[in-house]
Design a protein around this ligand. Structure first.
Ligand code: ATP
Ligand code: MG
Length: 311
């Protein structure tokens, strides 16, 4: 196995507008914002960049258009050392893009999905899949084309000796299944946030929701923002407070956390250490605007744990 991690995921840029009047006005009014910045977006791309920064040999399978945004994403992934053999160009669609209107304490997003959700099983190189030690699925609910093919893909990865993880992220349809329950036997680690965990289990109490999800098979690792994270396995529950940080922008914290967890797990670390490293990676990633600029190396993550601070 020459690859540590294959990410099956969404690859698109975010255009972040911040400062000044970020709330638009119709009636052909022009408002001025302080800054517009194109950044690496898409949970899959952010997770892949985070894992590469942590020293893993990472590849991405995803779809971009034959356009400037697609070229930008390829360029940024390559700059991080991510293997883009599995990145397909769809000449008939535009690369997806999200415009983020970021105020100091909230943000609104406008997304043109474009190539997001277009990846499907026939576009995933099976040799690449079978060469990976771990396969991660980002933004499960956004990946409409891929979802029906995931039971076969993840089972094939596991047969080849890989471990697997899924980050559901939010379900825009509000149904909170979309085949995920049936996929559970092939998922080793499920990585929702608190709200998503409750929604997935259809149970409002977090501990009960995590237990119900764990009973479907996977190790359940729940992200709780500034409160840290909780992991529930077959015979083990670990809860850790967050690593304190002066957060500038929490975009991508969940994906950076996922990268930290997978990197630690592949490094053979025990569960509590995996959670601590993931927490540090999530916290450190919030120090800069966008999802990838402040992602840490493993050395930086370990130092933050040692210091007890990501500041
Ligand atoms: N303000 C913060 N202070 C310290 N750590 C944080 C903060 N925000 C996020 N983190 C760390 O990052 C992890 C993931 O963040 P969060 O819970 O926001 O994930 P998420 O909701 O999946 O995010 P995303 O929007 O990226 O999908 C947290 O579990 C925590 O370890
Ligand atoms: Mg998330």
């Amino acid at each position: 196995m020459d690859l540590d991690l294959l990410v099956l995921g969404d690859v698109n840029p975010d255009l972040v507008l911040r400062g000044g009047e970020v709330v638009p006005a119709f009636g052909q009014a022009e408002r001025l914002v302080e800054e517009a910045r194109l950044t690496v977006g898409g949970s899959g791309a952010i997770m892949a960049c985070g894992a590469a920064r942590l020293g893993l040999h990472v590849a991405v399978a995803g779809v971009v258009g034959d356009d400037l945004f697609g070229a930008y994403m390829r360029d940024r992934l390559v700059a991080r050392g991510v293997d883009v053999r599995g990145l397909t160009v769809d000449a008939d669609r535009a690369t997806g893009v999200t415009v983020v209107l970021a105020s100091s304490d909230d943000r609104a997003m406008l997304t043109a999905p474009g190539t997001t959700g277009v990846l499907n099983g026939s576009l995933v190189d099976l040799d690449l899949l079978r060469s990976a030690r771990h396969v991660h699925v980002s933004s499960y609910f956004l990946q409409r084309g891929l979802r029906p093919d995931l039971p076969d893909l993840l089972a094939a990865a596991q047969r080849a000796g890989a471990s697997t993880s899924v980050d559901p992220n939010w379900d825009p349809d509000g149904e909170w299944d979309g085949g995920l329950r049936a996929l559970m036997p092939s998922v080793d680690v499920l990585l929702p946030n608190e709200v998503e965990a409750r929604q997935l289990a259809h149970i409002s109490d977090l501990d009960a929701a995590m237990a119900a999800l764990r009973d479907r098979g996977p190790l359940v690792v729940v992200k709780a923002g500034a409160d840290g994270a909780i992991a529930l396995g077959p015979g083990e529950r670990v809860s850790l407070t967050a690593v304190p940080v002066d957060a500038v922008d929490t975009t991508g914290a969940g994906d950076s956390f996922d990268a930290g967890f997978v990197a630690a797990m592949l490094g053979g670390e025990p569960l509590e250490r995996c959670l601590a490293i993931a927490n540090a990676c999530g916290a450190l990633s919030t120090r800069a605007v966008g999802g990838t600029d402040a992602q840490p190396t493993m050395q930086e993550a370990l130092e933050a744990i040692e210091r007890g601070s990501a500041a």
